[in-house]
Unconditional design. Structure first.
Length: 202
């Protein structure tokens, strides 16, 4: 059944949930992935960012693959559409727009301060050190605090994008409403539940 709301309105509503640090439902996230796929189809198969510049978009893709790396034939964050997901949400919410544009700017500024190059052009060791420094709140200093806040958003949104994408759902092993001739509770699960049951002494 088609949605009674315009797609733009749905994107704005989902982006507002994400900006409020709420958890998007799988259905909401699916709307974002579907919109990204449709946008790519309209432009011949290549998604064209609505908010991010080509350089910023490349940086988000790099971050997505650092946060969730590819594993053999399985795609990482970038291959699962995290950059498209983030660009669409940020393009439809002022708070997310500010988070991503300022955060990506901070990342490039910090990389240039350390090695004279933007983040995506920096050596792997430099990128790793920057992200190691901003991965933990305990490392907070006046200089690193903006990067720590940004990377917290980046990790959360990349993970949300990945595990609501077809690749992420497959990685979780979720099969949906599939008929089963027989269902057997794993022995370990039974033992775990019974060990904590008030009836275990009976």
């Amino acid at each position: 059944m088609p949605s009674p709301f315009p797609r733009r309105t749905l994107l704005q509503a989902v982006a507002a949930v994400a900006a409020g640090a709420g958890r998007m439902s799988a259905q909401d996230a699916s709307h974002v992935h579907q919109h990204a796929a449709q946008a790519a189809t309209k432009t011949g198969g290549a998604y064209q960012p609505q908010l991010l510049s080509p350089h910023e978009y490349k940086t988000v893709r790099e971050l997505a693959d650092i946060i969730i790396p590819p594993d053999g034939a399985d795609p990482g964050g970038a291959g699962a559409g995290a950059a498209e997901f983030i660009d669409l949400l940020a393009a439809n919410n002022e708070k997310l727009k500010a988070v991503w544009l300022s955060g990506l700017g901070w990342l490039d500024h910090e990389a240039r301060r350390r090695c004279g190059r933007n983040f995506v052009d920096a050596a792997v060791e430099v990128r790793k050190q920057i992200l190691d420094d901003i991965a933990f709140r305990k490392n907070s200093t006046p200089e690193l605090a903006p990067g720590i806040r940004f990377f917290d958003w980046a990790r959360r949104m990349v993970v949300d994008a990945y595990f609501t994408s077809p690749a992420g759902v497959k990685a979780l092993g979720f099969v949906g409403n599939t008929g089963m001739a027989e269902f057997t509770v794993p022995k370990e699960s039974l033992e775990y539940a019974l060990a904590r049951s008030p009836f275990k002494q009976l």
